[in-house]
Write a protein that binds this ligand. Structure first.
Ligand code: GRF
Length: 197
């Protein structure tokens, strides 16, 4: 299975998946990395890993339809079967969604459907969890559709919130769980345990 990544920032989830491919834990090949952020850690990691990498954004393609089409072309040119969002801060375009129906996944640092939707990302999720006094948070892997954080949930793992937690301590613990959960979920897809449409 060929994996295509879309990542905007640090890319630690992407790195965990690449490491799992390299170690043989995942029977998959990291085929291409696309980022909307030319200075992202994700593109730097792709360079270090010698994975083809592309900066595609509103600055390279001012018209959203052109950007959507170019993203699809790059993914298809690299024979991608499964698209993985890993800290990707942009909405997926209609052509990309239609070309990979049910085969675009995302990881979210919370237990969807709670603490999800537009504007609910990264530290904001942990801030909301702490503000609500929730005892439990976690991570979710889900299928991507046209609405933010809306597609079917494939896997979730809970993380207990400690009384002493700050956004930073909670983010660190959830991120470690995200890395594990994303790799495990992809493995379950490859093994046929989770069926994608
Ligand atoms: C993760 O918390 C992920 O759930 C969210 O953005 C963060 C990305 O972290 N979508 P990284 O870029 O994978 O390190």
């Amino acid at each position: 299975m060929n994996l295509g990544f879309l990542a905007s920032r640090n890319g630690s989830n992407m790195q965990a998946i690449i490491d799992a491919c390299r170690s043989g834990r995942l029977a998959a090949t990291p085929a291409v990395v696309i980022s909307n952020n030319r200075d992202s850690g994700a593109l730097e990691r792709a360079r270090n890993e010698r994975i083809p990498r592309f900066h595609l954004s509103g600055s390279t393609h001012p018209h959203p339809e052109d950007l959507d089409r170019e993203i699809v072309d790059v993914l298809l040119e690299h024979d991608v079967n499964l698209v993985l969002l890993a800290g990707y801060m942009k909405k997926i375009g209609p052509v990309t969604l239609a070309t990979f129906p049910g085969h675009i996944l995302n990881i979210h640092p919370g237990l969807l459907p709670e603490y999800g939707g537009q504007g609910m990302y990264d530290r904001r999720v942990h801030e909301a969890v702490l503000a609500a006094g929730a005892g439990t948070t976690g991570a979710t892997v889900h299928v991507v559709d046209a609405i933010y954080d809306n597609g079917p949930v494939l896997a979730q793992r809970k993380v207990a919130v400690e009384k002493s937690d700050t956004v930073d301590t909670l983010a660190r613990r959830v991120l470690a769980v995200e890395h594990e959960l994303y790799v495990e979920t992809i493995d379950r897809i490859i093994c046929g345990e989770i069926k994608l449409p």
